[in-house]
Design a protein around this ligand. Structure first.
Ligand SMILES: [Mg+2]
Length: 310
């Protein structure tokens, strides 16, 4: 690294340190060789990381750096939510294009702080580097499990209800950048009922329900009439039906989960989440992934493609 680049990095770190508030769990924030956190005894530490690439996961020129920074943090918070965890701290690595890197780095940071602050997540460190390639940003979030422990993908059983928060499809219309990670909702669900399995929907409702099925060693039926289709999915006129968008689009960052039927009924009746409705989308069964529509059951591809009746 050239002396100017080194100086630039130090100046950026100074800029960061001035903007880093004290946080209860943070013993050491940016400025030392590592950060240091207080961690309560006997609480599992959840760790997740996600790397976003300009041109593949987002288009920087279209999204703008603040929204990219926000997304880099929010996708990780969504994974912590999937485990019913509470985010605590984050570190962020950034590969900056050589020109305009400093301004870009500041904008990314302000974007990721926006969503980190909203969820009590301290940004405690990271690394910036420059290269001749496009922007790369990778955030890692540490979180703590909430009682009775992390919710895994593997606990769904035949007979369980398949449930979901929010609505699905058409996220390309904006939700993929400005979604709210369902951290509070997951913690509230974990406090209200026994969650057998859970996942955040990043690949698409059908694909992520199938991930639950694979890990749980069972199958699932999705009822077409009960899939909560986002109004954005109805605004895309590209030959696919709104239902196909809801099942296949991805980046909804809602929660899909499995509970015993009695708990499912209670969630539907009480609707304990203030921000978003909970829907009963289907059931877990012995095997296969199915779509039930107008009394007929068809095979549903994990990508959201609905096979014709045979
Ligand atoms: Mg996930």
């Amino acid at each position: 690294m050239t002396p100017e680049a080194t100086k630039g990095e130090f100046a950026f770190i100074d800029w960061l340190r001035r903007r880093t508030p004290a946080a209860a769990r943070v013993v050491l924030g940016p400025g030392d060789d590592t950060a240091a956190l207080n961690w309560p005894r006997d609480v599992p530490c959840l760790v997740t990381t996600d790397m976003l690439l300009d041109g593949s996961c987002f288009i920087l020129a279209e999204a703008g750096p603040r929204r990219v920074g926000r997304k880099a943090m929010a996708v990780n918070l969504s994974d912590i939510a999937a485990m019913a965890g509470r985010p605590v701290a984050a570190v962020v690595g950034v590969g900056l294009p050589r020109s305009g890197g400093r301004v870009l780095a500041e904008e990314l940071y302000l974007g990721l702080r926006e969503v980190a602050d909203a969820f009590g997540t301290a940004v405690v460190g990271g690394d910036t580097n420059s290269w001749d390639g496009p922007l790369v940003i990778s955030a890692t979030v540490l979180g703590e499990a909430t009682p009775p422990g992390p919710v895994r993908r593997s606990g769904a059983r035949p007979g369980d209800w398949l449930m979901a928060t929010g609505t699905f499809g058409g996220s390309i219309r904006g939700k993929h950048l400005n979604f709210t990670p369902r951290v509070r909702e997951a913690i509230a669900l974990q406090a209200a009922v026994r969650l057998h399995a859970m996942i955040d929907v990043s690949d698409g409702l059908a694909a992520d329900v199938w991930h639950l099925c694979e890990e749980s060693g069972c199958g699932a039926i999705v009822r077409a009439a009960d899939v909560p289709v986002d109004c954005a999915a109805r605004e895309l006129h590209d030959g696919k039906t709104p239902l196909e968008h809801a099942l296949g689009d991805g980046e909804d960052f809602e929660l899909a989960f499995a509970v015993a039927p009695a708990d499912g009924r209670r969630l539907i009746e009480t609707q304990p989440l203030q921000s978003v409705p909970v829907c009963h989308v289907g059931e877990f069964v012995e095997s296969g992934l199915w779509l039930e529509e107008n009394g007929a059951r068809r095979s549903l591809a994990p990508a959201g493609y609905i096979h014709a009746l045979d």
